[in-house]
Design a protein around this ligand. Structure first.
Ligand code: SF4
Ligand code: ZN
Length: 613
């Protein structure tokens, strides 16, 4: 039996639906023209102007041959060939076909030299079909960007990305074995100077559309860089309002004072490496009480006003049974955890030598993840409740239109390929811990459709906001919401996220204080976002994905897709990496560190959790 208010709200939804449809009948005619906001030289896009990559199957795309790529690397690193010349030959670039087979989706490709290669893209075709069908289209083309985007086949062409990753140092304070980025093991330190850091951030800010991004300082362990705090401060100073650190949490666990300093400098999120629940699930990292360390880091950071994202890399049959416990942990701690980022394994670095059998056994796709969430927690339907991360761009488009032309920055917008990332969300009552998946009480596809109509009509802020309130009401099902959740809570959540009404929920701008943080946290409802970001490897590489990447690596040689940076050669993007490697090898006569801690985490996890595999 529901509370009586729920039935009143249900009635309101029906009325709102009628009102929305009646107004929209007239509103659809003569849409206003799009304006050019300050943060772009090109106008906002109407939904029908947005481009899309070819989706569905069978489809042909551009990929890489794993063996040819390795041979090209060898030519550069061991034989001393000029990397810029080698990449002109586009080594390893081959066609691939994405097909459906027995209700699974596969990428198959043939190298004229090395033969047939295939790998799984989804263990459930229907899941991926739903995800691709919900893809809203690309953002405004990137422009004013020639100084950072010049990487041949891997050049990023669309939008602005959402997370600018900057590796501050390869130093680390853990002794994972093997850990290729650890100076203790590779014998030298590879670290950005202060000039490097400011140059990367200054360059990034010139690109248009100039959208808010999360600047993520990474490593190694970024907190060990002597410039960590100053780098956070500088990113905020030049205008980014979201700065995060990808960290193992040790420094934050050690010192509340360090947490306070980082928060004051402007650190908003930590992207906390979180392998699983309990010290046993973390023991492969050679620190006996590592889970206790994580808990301490979470407490210290929360107290200082920094929000926490749990980051778990998943390998099929090795640690995918942690999906449930990690989500449970977040549901049990709704005041502290608002975001979980699962990362299905990508076989890069040493793992490129993995046997075919093992690769296929350990391959974990986004569809595996959606099914595991259902299996472990009993919530969310893999065919209904998961969406491409890029669906968020529809909300960003609405906010950009409503904010008008005079803002300095555009809304953060995730425009990645639908094969890259997916997400779902759960509304959790911080007081009672009752939770409901958002799609149980909000018709997301319906809301997106209605919101798109409002955005396309572009009638100005007040009218659009009134229409948006009607659209939210129309698509809201009060009977599926948590017991204490009210319609007004839904409207407020939306307003708080996009800052539309101007109401003060606590600032999130660069000048925010701990008081602002406390104010924002007063909200009874935790919107727990569960995301999956599937980085590529040589076996499933797709240039259609890297060219619209939302996670560019900011380097002294421009911005390169995270996947292009960490996977292979075959494009000028990786020449950057190889040149760096070459210099490092010459300088130190030692193998170059891989600077991707995700990969290291996976390698270590697998080695220890599944010995002998
Ligand atoms: S990093 Fe890779 S998976 Fe993520 S958006 Fe870029 S291309 Fe896609
Ligand atoms: Zn080949």
């Amino acid at each position: 039996m529901h509370r009586p208010i729920k039935y009143v709200e249900k009635g309101l939804s029906v009325l709102a639906g009628g009102a929305f449809n009646a107004i929209q009948f007239f509103n659809k005619f003569n849409p206003n023209e799009s304006f050019i906001p300050k943060w772009s030289d090109k106008p906002l896009l109407k939904s029908w102007q947005k481009t899309k990559p070819t989706l569905g199957w069978p489809r042909v795309t551009d990929s890489l041959c794993p063996k040819c790529v390795k041979e090209a690397r060898k030519r550069i690193i061991e034989d001393g060939e000029d990397p810029f010349k080698v990449v002109q030959e586009k080594p390893g670039e081959i066609k691939a076909t994405i097909i459906e087979r027995n209700n699974e989706i596969w990428m198959i490709k043939d190298c004229p030299v090395h033969g047939h290669i295939e790998d799984m893209m989804a263990m459930d075709a229907k899941f991926l079909q739903h995800i691709e069908a919900m893809y809203p289209g690309r953002d405004i083309d990137a422009h004013n960007d020639a100084h950072v985007h010049h990487h041949a086949s891997s050049t990023i062409k669309y939008g602005r990305g959402s997370v600018l990753t900057v590796d501050l140092t390869n130093r680390c304070n853990m002794m994972c074995d093997p850990c290729f980025m650890d100076a203790n093991q590779v014998g030298f330190v590879h670290e950005l100077s202060w000039e490097d850091i400011t140059e990367v951030l200054d360059n990034a800010i010139q690109v248009k559309p100039r959208r808010q991004m999360s600047v993520q300082f990474s490593g190694g362990e970024p907190t060990l860089s002597p410039y960590f705090i100053d780098a956070v401060k500088y990113a905020r100073k030049v205008g980014y309002n979201s700065v995060q650190a990808a960290t193992n949490g040790i420094e934050f666990a050690k010192s509340k004072e360090f947490c306070r300093k980082a928060a004051e400098a402007g650190l908003r999120y930590v992207y906390l490496q979180f392998d699983g629940i309990g010290n046993a699930a973390n023991s492969h990292r050679q620190v006996g009480n590592l889970f206790d360390v994580k808990l301490k880091a979470i407490d210290n950071l929360h107290e200082a006003g920094v929000e926490i994202v749990l980051v778990t890399t998943l390998v099929n049959t090795v640690n995918n049974d942690e999906v449930g416990p990690v989500i449970r942990f977040a549901l049990d701690n709704p005041k502290k955890i608002g975001f979980i980022a699962f990362q299905p394994v990508s076989f890069t670095g040493r793992d490129e030598d993995i046997t075919d059998d093992r690769r296929l056994r350990q391959r974990y796709t986004l569809s595996h993840m959606a099914h595991d969430v259902r299996k472990h927690i009993g919530i969310t339907d893999p065919h209904r409740d998961w969406f491409p991360i890029s669906l968020f761009s529809a909300f960003a488009d609405f906010a950009d239109m409503a904010h008008g032309p005079d803002r300095e920055w555009g809304q953060m917008s995730c425009g990645c390929h639908p094969n890259c990332g997916v997400g779902t969300a759960v509304m959790v009552d911080k007081e009672t811990k009752e939770m409901r998946p958002i799609p149980d009480f909000l018709n997301i596809p319906g809301l997106i459709k209605d919101m798109r109509k409002i955005t396309d009509a572009a009638r100005g802020k007040k009218f659009s906001m009134a229409m948006m309130a009607l659209a939210l009401l129309k698509n809201y099902n009060s009977l599926g919401a948590p017991t204490q959740f009210k319609l007004t809570d839904l409207l407020q959540k939306f307003d708080k996220t996009f800052g539309l009404s101007g109401k003060d929920y606590g600032k999130s701008t660069p000048d925010r204080t701990i008081e602002d943080v406390v104010k924002r946290r007063k909200d009874r409802w935790n919107f727990l976002f569960i995301a999956g970001m599937w980085f590529q490897d040589l076996f499933n590489y797709d240039f259609r994905r890297t060219e619209m990447c939302i996670i560019p690596y900011g380097t002294q040689e421009g911005e390169i897709s995270f996947c292009a940076y960490n996977t292979g050669i075959g494009n000028a993007a990786n020449s950057h990496r190889q040149v760096g490697n070459l210099f490092d090898v010459k300088r130190s006569n030692k193998p170059t560190p891989r600077r991707n801690w995700f990969n290291s985490a996976v390698r270590t996890a697998r080695r220890t959790l599944a010995p002998g595999q």
